[in-house]
Write a protein that binds this ligand. Sequence first.
Ligand SMILES: [Zn+2]
Length: 394
Amino acid sequence: MKILSDIIGQPAAVRVLQQAVVTRQPSHAYLFHGPESVGKATCAQAFAAALLCTNVTANGDACGECPSCHKFIAGTHPDFRTIGLEATASGQARWEISIDQIRQNPAKPRATPAPLLTDAYYHPIVGDWKVYIIDPAHLLNEHAASALLKLLEEPPPYVVIILVTSHLARILPTLRSRCWPVGFRLVARDLIERALLQHTDDFAQARLFAALCEGRIGWAMTNICREEIDAARRATIELLGRVLASRPAETLRLAEELREIAREALVEDAEEPAPAPEPRKGKRAANHTDANNTEEGAEETRGGMGGERLLRRSLPLVLDLAITWYRDLLLVSQQSETLISNEDFREQLVEQASQLRPERLRNGIVALLETKRVLARYANPTLATEALILHLQS
Ligand SMILES: [Zn+2]
């Protein structure tokens, strides 16, 4: 079990939460928000454990040893629950948190476990609080969100609800205004590198993933052990070597190879496992400022673009791998070899760098970043990768 003091790179958030534990005066509702994979969910768990612990440390951490902590670790604490995306009866992943998870429908048989609004009115069994985590909170559907709002307007005194989201703009303003906001931020690279070295002895690998994850420590932790990522890195480096020496006639084939690497490396996104279309086109869609999501919904309704959607999710990783390679080439060409990420390809780096002008490398990095940018704005992945290869060739 992670305790609050274990959370890496979020000192401000941790301080506020530990303070709430020590003073035994938590807010009734929190809204944990910030980029994906920076530790929000882990922190929510650690905070819940600390609130429920009957023997908290002076810092405000769970002790890990009391009966309450034992139940928490075993996943059987009666005063704690996480509400998230559940599979449907037919086993399909849902893409929203439904009203049935929040409120009992009088026309339906009694749900077990009891929906949040029923459960919240039973007093805690073990300690002073009942803690609920709702994650991802931006996927509460409209009805679920307004039912939750009723609870937050007059919560029982022992209830603490933690909403977790990476899409703050998609949370109803009325919900937001009733929660204590706790912001999370991208984690510094050296902190991530140090954390990764507790899981691997491979210094080069830790440095590479700390560079690749762009501050998303959870991503680095999950993926450092995945062989597909390392295979993608090797394939990308090999491909880039051929691109540099290729002719325009080969552009289309090389672009297809790049897309193939991306397909093979597809990374499941831990925070949104279900494909999340945005079918509610009503007033919420009109309200929300997160333009990407409405477009994502539009893309879904055009249909038949599953492959494109997958590519849009996996190509950024491959582009990041390519950017670290180009950055390494630039570092080598400037005699700063100690800073390179692809330590195990040092020889190739030295050889390629000697053949390339720094200007071409800088242009390459710009082209890679631009491709990431247009993909995020729903450019066609086939056209975007072809344009990229053309840039890298010239
Ligand atoms: Zn404890």
